[in-house]
Design a protein. Structure first.
Length: 690
């Protein structure tokens, strides 16, 4: 078996969910401190830490297997092991304690480091189920014995072995674990990752309020899927499910590793707000969330038979303790997270508290909502000619219009205004967009999700009902759209359709059914119709081919008014190379002088800017409306200019050296504010990616 697949997965697949015997939870102390110290020694420190971690887990896994144990999960520097009733878990614990003599005085470049271990043995009955989907899956444990082990772990000291017992049984519900492939249990791209120290944002979501003796597996599965969807939508992952929490369990959401998508911290805060919104409609669980950011060790560790991609560092521990400290259905973020994101989110102060492992009270903040950038509120200017050409084309013939332009040139504003005018002309406008780091089908999930009225906070059950309602509202006399609901639901929204023929079909036929379903859904919408697809430069090659297929199919076989308007940045991929459908291409360039004048006056409250700075800003923005807006807002926010009577003039703080060298560094300065002061350059590279 793949060493990244947790033990017991095959047994659960075979229907074994109730277990009796003993569990061993081993938590090592000292690794977090060792991680922080060795991080200061660069590549050599990371290599040393990786070697120590692997040596430790090789030794412990070997002892576990020698005593008949099965490793169920590893969480950071801890492990959870199952023993049958015929195995002696106490002998295993004793030998593990003895083995620690080899790790009590480790000589490293950071000096002598001393590792310790505490072990909790639990005897009783518990359940094991699989939760998740094909994008990520985990083993979930529940039972009174799990609760007692979590409570004992809180009181155990280094070098101590505690035993707890429970005679309570676990009541099984009618939940059936999803049948998922092995790949679901492996974080993509991590199997061969070497250890590294990197900037991450850690989010812990604690959920309590359920009876461990009667675990509501179906609701737990729904909760996991909803939170996993939110994490993935914000470029994060659910790295771990941890059942070692008094009164409940927790999910560890990871942003910035194994891959950083830029703005990882902002993605994490946004995800936490969406999770709070998502769980507000349910009454089963109480949720507490904690967030911290910083450097941590990340990498695949273990031996040839049991490995895990893990993350270890003070940032992880702090996020977990912040979650423990939060009020019910609340979020607590660290001072670092607050400073790095306060220009993007509005916060409320929380009471500072002492956290385990900290020498002084820790500041906490509650994120309230995302701030609206003033640059998003200005009127549409300077694209009247392009807008008129697009409208004339759409109303004249069925066609495809490709609008191309660089970042910030005004594609989104143009399409927003176009949509407003088309609606005034009684057009039905369908809108979809490809997010950054888009995966296959994300564009069409956006399109169909918008048509059906899905919200990001909707649970999967609600999404399924909205998709089904849309199909019903569109009318489906031949039943062809209803037959393809399973493909739309499964491939776009990860919805479940037990008993369908989806799994029996090869991938190519699933794809064909999906595209035909999208075509049928668009064709069934009221006419005249315009489909706006934005940011196709983010789309995968497969989705771009799908857009060409859908547009050609609908334009060729439709006898009513349907047009497509597509926006993208310039890249090597050319849309619609063939001439079998009418194609109109438009390249957006910088605003002319008159339009720039109008935009600048609106931003500066109808007051002009002194000539020298006016000329400099125009030269640097080069007609790009987004860049022009950001430069002006930067001057105002940094108090480099002030309004005197009927003119904006430079202040005493102004100097040419204080102006960012380019728009990218200026945007970073606006977003980070004071947060960037004192940050290492490699941290900034991880954080600021535009």
């Amino acid at each position: 078996m793949n060493p990244f697949i947790p033990g017991d997965v095959d047994l659960i697949r075979q229907g074994k969910n109730l277990y009796s015997g003993s569990l061993l939870f081993a938590d090592i102390s000292g690794f977090t401190e060792l991680t922080e110290k060795l991080a200061l020694h660069g590549k050599k420190g990371t290599e040393d830490l990786t070697e120590i971690l692997n040596r430790y887990f090789r030794a412990m896994y070997g002892i576990v297997r020698e005593h008949g144990g099965i490793n169920i999960s590893s969480a950071g520097d801890s492990m959870l092991v199952r023993f049958s009733e015929n195995s002696d878990s106490s002998a295993c614990a004793e030998k593990m304690m003895t083995e620690m003599v080899h790790f009590e005085n480790l000589k490293t470049d950071a000096g002598i480091c001393r590792l310790g271990i505490k072990i909790i043995l639990g005897y009783g009955t518990w359940t094991e189920f699989i939760i998740g989907d094909c994008k990520g899956a985990h083993i979930f444990l529940a039972g009174d014995i799990i609760e007692k082990m979590a409570a004992a772990e809180d009181t155990a000291a280094r070098g101590e072995t505690l035993s707890v017992r429970s005679e309570e049984t676990v009541v099984l519900d009618d939940y059936t674990s999803p049948d998922l492939p092995d790949s679901s249990f492996i974080i993509p791209g991590t199997e061969n990752l070497q250890g590294e120290h990197r900037s991450i944002t850690a989010v812990f979501v604690n959920f309590t309020g359920y009876d461990a003796k009667k675990p509501p597996h179906r609701q737990i599965q729904e909760l996991y899927l909803g939170i996993s969807d939110i994490a993935q939508r914000n470029s994060g992952i659910v790295q771990m499910v941890d059942n070692n929490l008094v009164g409940g369990s927790r999910f560890f959401l990871l942003f910035g590793a194994p891959r950083s998508y830029g703005y990882d911290l902002l993605h994490a805060v946004q995800a936490s707000l969406e999770i709070r919104q998502y769980i507000s409609s349910q009454s089963v669980f109480s949720i507490r969330t904690g967030i911290d950011e910083g450097f941590a060790f990340a990498g695949a560790i273990g031996d040839s038979r049991s490995r895990k991609y893990t993350v270890i560092g003070d940032v992880v521990n702090t996020a977990a303790r912040l979650a423990d400290s939060a009020e019910s259905d609340s979020i607590a973020v660290s001072d670092n997270v607050f400073r790095m994101s306060r220009n993007n989110y509005r916060y409320q102060d929380m009471k500072s508290i002492m956290l385990k492992g900290k020498e002084s009270p820790v500041k906490r903040y509650l994120p309230i909502e995302r701030r609206i950038d003033p640059g998003d509120s200005y009127h549409f200017v300077g694209r009247e000619e392009e807008l008129s050409r697009i409208l004339s084309t759409i109303t004249g013939e069925n066609s495809v219009i490709v609008v191309q332009g660089g970042a910030g040139i005004g594609k989104t504003s143009l399409l927003k205004k176009l949509s407003e005018l088309l609606i005034e002309k009684s057009y039905n406008v369908l809108y979809g967009s490809s997010p950054e780091n888009s995966e296959t089908n994300d564009l069409f999930a956006s399109l169909i999700g918008n048509v059906s009225g899905m919200l990001e906070s909707d649970p999967r059950g609600v999404r399924k009902n909205k998709l089904r309602s849309l199909i019903s509202e569109l009318g489906d006399p031949g039943g062809s759209l209803s037959k393809r609901e399973v493909f739309l639901g499964r491939m776009l929204f990860s919805l479940s359709y037990p008993g369908s023929d989806y799994d029996s079909l090869p991938p190519i036929l699933r794809r064909e059914n999906l595209l035909d379903g999208i075509c049928e859904m668009i064709r069934s919408c009221s006419k005249p119709l315009c489909v706006i697809l934005e940011d196709l430069h983010n789309s995968t090659d497969m989705d771009i081919l799908a857009v060409e297929y859908i547009a050609r199919h609908l334009l060729e076989y439709s006898d009513v008014n349907i047009s497509f308007v597509i926006s993208k940045r310039p890249d090597e991929r050319t849309l619609f190379n063939r001439d079998d459908v009418p194609i109109h291409r438009m390249l957006l360039e910088g605003l002319n002088s008159t339009a720039s004048d109008e935009l600048m006056l609106e931003i500066l409250n109808r007051t002009p800017l002194e000539n020298g700075i006016d000329t400099l800003i125009r030269e640097r923005a080069n007609g790009n409306p987004f860049y022009l807006t950001q430069f002006l807002l930067y001057l105002v926010e940094e108090k480099l200019i002030s309004r005197k009577d009927d003119l904006w003039e430079r202040t005493a703080q102004y100097s040419d050296e204080k102006l960012p060298g380019n728009v990218f560094s200026m945007i970073k300065d606006r977003q980070a504010g004071e947060a960037g002061e004192g940050m290492p350059e490699d941290w900034k590279r991880c954080w600021f990616q535009i």
